[in-house]
Design a protein. Structure first.
Length: 72
């Protein structure tokens, strides 16, 4: 277990600098992303939240969205 923990810690440090792609049988099947801080993690969450992206797209069309509708 200690070996696994140490290896994972090393991968997370490396992932803070660049994404680490995981391959199975030569095909990419996953990725490890590291964040330098909480703000980076929050930015990533928002950038990948379909509800947030939908709200942005709707706003760009010129329609306003009540705050409660975005985060219900």
């Amino acid at each position: 277990m200690t070996t696994c923990k140490n290896e994972l810690c090393g991968l997370m440090k490396k992932a803070q600098k660049e994404p680490i792609f995981i391959k199975r049988h030569g095909n990419t099947c996953g990725v490890i992303l590291g964040f330098k801080n909480e703000d980076d993690a929050l930015d990533w969450q928002l950038e990948n939240d379909p509800r947030f992206l939908k709200a942005i797209a709707k706003r760009r069309k010129g329609k306003s969205i009540p705050f409660a509708e975005v985060y219900d």
